[in-house]
Ligand binder design. Structure first.
Ligand SMILES: [Fe+2]
Ligand SMILES: [Fe+2]
Length: 273
C-alpha cells in the first residue's frame, strides 16, 4: 500500500532553533524520504516567547508545511493580525481549544503535489497548564468531525505538560488519527510506539535548540529563579552544542493508519550562526 512520510519537529527554541531548522529541514527531509514537515513554532521568536510573522515566513521558506503553536503562541503582538490574514487554508495554527474569540484556528490541511492531504490538529492539555481551556478531548472530536470528511491522514500536535494526559489523548485517538505527537516539555521521550488500532504516538518530540540549557534557556537565568523564587528574566541559550529533535512517521495514504514512527535526534557540536 502506498504511504506518505511526514517529519514532525518539536518546539524550535529562539534564533538557534530557527537557524537549525533552516540548516537541517531539507537535509532530513531527503534523508528520511519525507514528503512534508510539521514543526512546533511556539518558541521560535528570538526571545523564545511566541513567533512573529518574520519567523513564520522563514520557516515556511525552509520547508515547514504546517507550524503549530501552544501556550506561548500569542506572545508576539504582531502575530495576532497575521493569524486572521491567513485566509481559509492556514499554515500557522494555535491550539483548537482556546476560546473561539482568539485569533486563528487549530485545524489545518497540508496539500501535497500528488493530491494527498494531511490534516493537522493543534490542541493543548490542561493538566499543570491553563486549566480553563476547553476540554482538549472534545475539541479533538469536533475537529475530527470536519477533518475526517477531508482526509484519513490526520496528525495531532498535543501541546501538554503531563505524560499521563498525553497518553490519554493517544489512547482516545487510537484508530481515529494517524498520529498523536506531544510537544511543550522540550524533552524528547523514548516511548514512541504504534497503538493497537494503528495510531502512532510519542509523549514528546523534544526541542530544537541549545542542548546545555534548561529546556532551551540559559541556566544562569533560570536556576537563580528556582533557588530564590525571585522574579527572573529568562534568556535563550545561543551557545552549542545543539540538538534537533522530532520523529519521522510513515502512514498509509488510503487508510491513514500508521506504519512506523522513528525518533529523529541530531547532535550538532560545531554549529554557529
Ligand atoms: Fe515550548
Ligand atoms: Fe509550551
Amino acid at each position: 500500500m502506498e504511504t506518505v512520510r511526514i517529519l514532525c519537529f518539536g518546539d524550535l527554541l529562539g534564533a538557534p532553533g530557527c537557524a537549525l531548522f533552516q540548516k537541517y529541514a531539507q537535509q532530513l527531509k531527503r534523508a528520511y524520504n519525507a514528503q512534508a514537515i510539521i514543526v512546533n513554532g511556539e518558541n521560535a521568536a528570538t526571545n523564545g516567547r511566541g513567533i512573529s510573522p518574520k519567523q513564520v515566513e522563514m520557516l515556511r521558506h525552509a520547508g515547514a508545511a504546517m507550524i503549530t503553536g501552544g501556550n506561548h503562541i500569542f506572545q508576539q503582538k504582531d502575530i495576532l493580525l497575521f493569524f486572521d490574514q491567513q485566509g481559509p487554508n492556514p499554515y500557522l495554527l494555535r491550539p483548537a481549544n482556546f476560546p473561539s474569540i482568539c485569533p486563528g484556528r487549530g485545524i489545518g490541511i497540508v496539500s501535497l503535489d500528488d493530491g494527498t492531504k494531511i490534516g493537522v490538529i493543534n490542541v493543548q492539555g490542561r493538566v499543570f497548564m491553563q486549566q480553563h481551556l476547553d476540554c482538549p478531548f472534545r475539541a479533538v472530536e469536533t475537529a475530527l468531525s470536519f477533518l475526517r470528511t477531508q482526509t484519513p491522514i490526520i496528525i495531532i500536535d498535543f501541546h501538554a505538560e503531563a505524560s499521563s494526559e498525553k497518553a490519554g489523548m493517544g489512547f482516545f485517538c487510537d484508530g481515529k488519527v494517524s498520529a498523536v505527537v506531544g510537544t511543550h516539555t522540550h524533552v524528547q521521550t523514548a516511548d514512541e510506539r504504534i497503538f493497537p488500532r494503528r495510531t502512532a504516538f510519542i509523549s514528546d518530540l523534544g526541542m530544537t535548540g541549545a542542548r546545555d540549557s534548561m529546556i532551551g534557556m540559559k541556566v544562569g537565568t533560570v536556576l537563580p529563579h528556582l533557588l530564590s523564587q525571585m522574579p527572573g528574566r529568562f534568556e535563550v541559550e545561543n551557545k552549542g552544542p545543539f540538538v534537533v529533535s522530532g520523529v519521522c512517521l510513515e502512514v498509509e495514504k488510503e487508510t491513514g493508519r500508521a506504519c512506523s514512527i522513528e525518533r529523529v535526534s541530531v547532535l550538532d557540536e560545531d554549529f554557529s550562526f
